[in-house]
Design a protein around this ligand. Sequence first.
Ligand SMILES: [Zn+2]
Length: 197
Amino acid sequence: MGDWFQTIVDVEATSEEAEALAAEVREWLVGSGVAAPERTPCVLDAELGHPPGPRAAEVADASGWSPDWPGSWSGGVSVLTGRTVFDGGQGDPTAVSCPHCSASVVLVDDCFELLDAAWAPFREVVHGWAEGRDVVLACPSCARPVAPAAWRWEDDYFAFGHLGFTFWNWPPLRPGFVSDLTARLHGHRVVLLDGKL
Ligand SMILES: [Zn+2]
């Protein structure tokens, strides 16, 4: 059994905005009882995170989960700022589409092996983001330039951003909670990504 995570990524916050937004949302998570105020080693992508708070069970759909969730060993919430490629953790990205014309580029063959020719330019986009470079590609269909964070990845496999909130081994977050959190990000577009380690 692996560890499951859900990450709400703000794909529009700039590196300058990220810290202040992170602090606002952190305060709201703690203030509303979703996350506990103390920080402990309860997350897998940072040294410390916030354990679930007294009202955590209200924001996640725990039907089908262990009835004692959240227990004392439950995973917590990490708040990550800084330029990051957030990814789904396992397998390969299967397709990506243009935010302007919605044309889709298939990245894998029938056996889910990456197609080198299709993937190569996008690999540059992904690696570029991780290395601090913005690789802007022209859409293969409409030829308009697409900024790295604007591509729409199939199944939200990747999200590029400077701010993410990861919930470790929580039951599926309720859509209402995701919208409430999103509302605190000043109307930015968010991507909810999940995956397994
Ligand atoms: Zn296009």
